[in-house]
Design a protein around this ligand. Structure first.
Ligand code: FUL
Length: 401
């Protein structure tokens, strides 16, 4: 979950000028436990809070800015403590673009910003993710900053080497390239030949990133569409849910989030391959490990004998499905670059009919197809960077109750 919260929540702006009076930030019933609780109930593993947005206002009492909360109202502290208590990972967004700081636009600002990063990660960390916004506009003196990314990244990683750094290009994970929550059908977690920089799709549950009284959350159907097009295409999903002027997530937003989780549970808790079996086209090391793709153990998998190979699955009786899920075993890399799925239908003279095709798979690929009945399915791996290694294959029916 992403939480955009700050002076903009109170002014109605999306990008504050940096000239806002500090006292405008005044949540009357701040409740970070409620944010963490909503995230947890919605099945989310972590929350990233905008500790400083482009207006420069710090949600912690920074020693490096005058434009901050008071020590008695340290929102970042309350947020981190609540995440730990509820059991979701805290993450932090700190905007390099700062429309308030007097040194923005001059080389000294890079040192100020690195000091802020050090302060936040040392005093409030560890954070699972550091989110660096790519926006770079003008500061209060009308100047733009030349960001020292090498300094920023090393400052964070020297304190917490496991913090994933998000930016337009990484080094930990990278921006999907739009704010609609849609990854491309072809989605590699690798960049260049070997760097592992998965894609992260950020999108807001509402039209704006910050809470505005006249905006409403998306529907469960819209969120499901986002889910299929992000998580279902090998992307991480970062869904923004902005707290309101009271400092709480609205009942409307939390109801949609819980319903979104229930819808995922309803569809994905019943794998129709259960009780079936799987076999490969060839033996590898005299043993066929294909049944590993039907269990839920993460560290068991099927390794194809060659780059082009086929995996056969049969179910005890024909099943009706409209979603095919595939997962590669990514500790051994992302490999598949083209595949198709065929079904064998006895009433078609046992002929194989192609029902889906795709390019990349990655950590998770969800393929939506017209409702199909079949008891024998094959996945044909047509091309890959190395012999495919498949962790899991499952079939689901979105219409099942
Ligand atoms: C953008 C920002 O300019 C928006 O205000 C928002 O924070 C979004 C997540 O990233 O670059």
């Amino acid at each position: 979950m992403f939480c955009h919260f700050g002076p903009n929540t109170f002014t109605g702006a999306e990008w504050g000028s940096g000239q806002e009076d500090k006292t405008i930030f005044n949540p009357t019933a701040l409740d970070c436990h409620q944010w963490a609780d909503v995230a947890s109930q919605a099945g989310m593993g972590g929350i990233i809070l905008t500790a400083k947005h482009h207006d420069g206002f710090c949600l912690w009492p920074s020693a490096f800015s005058d434009h901050t909360v008071s020590p008695e109202h340290d929102v970042l502290r309350e947020f981190v403590d609540a995440c730990h208590e509820i059991g979701v990972m805290p993450g932090v967004y700190i905007s390099p673009w700062d429309r308030n700081h007097p040194s923005y636009g001059a080389p000294e600002y890079n040192t100020v910003f690195a000091n802020m990063l050090r302060e936040v990660h040392n005093n409030y960390g560890p954070f699972f993710e550091q989110w660096f916004d790519g926006a770079c506009g003008e500061g209060p003196n009308g100047k733009r900053q030349e960001y020292d990314w090498t300094l920023f990244n090393s400052t964070v990683l020297n304190i917490n080497p496991n913090t994933i750094i998000f930016s337009d290009w990484g080094p930990g994970c990278r921006w999907v390239g739009n704010e609609e929550g849609h990854a491309d059908e072809t989605c590699w977690s690798t960049v260049g030949d070997s760097s592992w920089v998965p894609v992260e799709a950020d999108v807001s549950i509402r039209p704006g990133w910050f809470w505005h009284a006249d905006e409403r959350p998306k529907s469960v159907d819209e969120l499901m569409e986002i889910y299929y097009n992000s998580v279902g295409r090998n992307s991480l999903l970062l869904l923004n849910v902005p707290p309101d002027i009271h400092g709480r997530i609205t009942a409307e937003d939390s109801a949609v989030l819980v319903a979104f989780r229930q819808e995922r549970d309803r569809i994905f808790s019943h794998d129709l391959t259960q009780g079936g079996n799987a076999r490969g086209n060839h033996l590898r090391g005299h043993k066929d490990h294909a049944s590993n793709v039907l269990d839920t153990a993460y560290h068991t998998y099927w390794a194809a004998a060659s780059i082009v190979d086929t995996l056969y699955i049969s179910t005890p009786a024909p099943v009706l499905f409209d979603i095919i899920m595939l997962q590669e075993y990514i500790p051994l890399g992302q490999r598949v670059s083209a595949f198709h799925v065929d079904c064998c239908q006895p009433w078609l003279n046992d002929e194989w009919v192609t029902v889906a095709e795709g390019t990349t798979i990655g950590y998770k690929r969800l393929l939506r197809i017209p409702a199909t009945t079949a008891g024998r399915i094959r996945i044909v791996f047509d091309s890959a960077l190395a012999a495919p290694i498949i962790n899991r294959i499952a079939l689901y029916n979105t219409q099942a109750q």
